[in-house]
Design a protein around this ligand. Structure first.
Ligand SMILES: [Zn+2]
Ligand SMILES: [Zn+2]
Length: 123
């Protein structure tokens, strides 16, 4: 029958369309991962304080301005900023910190890794 012949390719087209959407979603997340990996590599590949290398722990630290108020963490939501930094060829003014060091620096001004043991337990 003619109708059967017409229906089959249409169904296949729809299935193929769904697969393309799924593949694009996968490529998107791989791209984010690759971009983050590239950024981490460009800024030393490890926490600049404690040398942590596990990518999931690492964040980008903005050095410019220095102050706690100006500090920005683009490790999680800054894809647009990463794309922008990549376009600029990974400019200086940034460093890699792991979450521990980043949060501790934010809270105390400097990371406890840089303190002497006697300083550590002083509130
Ligand atoms: Zn660290
Ligand atoms: Zn540290």
């Amino acid at each position: 029958m003619r109708t059967g012949v017409v229906r089959a390719p249409r169904a296949r087209r729809l299935a193929a369309g769904t697969m393309i959407v799924a593949r694009q979603r996968l490529v998107g997340s791989n791209y984010r991962k690759r971009l983050r990996g590239e950024m981490i590599g460009a800024y030393g590949g490890k926490c600049s304080c404690c040398a942590e290398t596990i990518q999931e722990f690492l964040t980008l630290e903005h050095l410019e301005g220095g102050g706690r108020e100006h500090r920005r963490n683009v490790g999680y939501n800054g894809q647009a900023q990463l794309v922008d930094l990549k376009r600029q060829g990974w400019p200086s003014g940034y460093t890699i910190l792991c979450l521990n060091c980043n949060i501790a620096k934010g809270r105390h001004g400097t990371c406890p890794h840089t303190w002497s043991p006697t300083e550590r337990f002083v509130d």
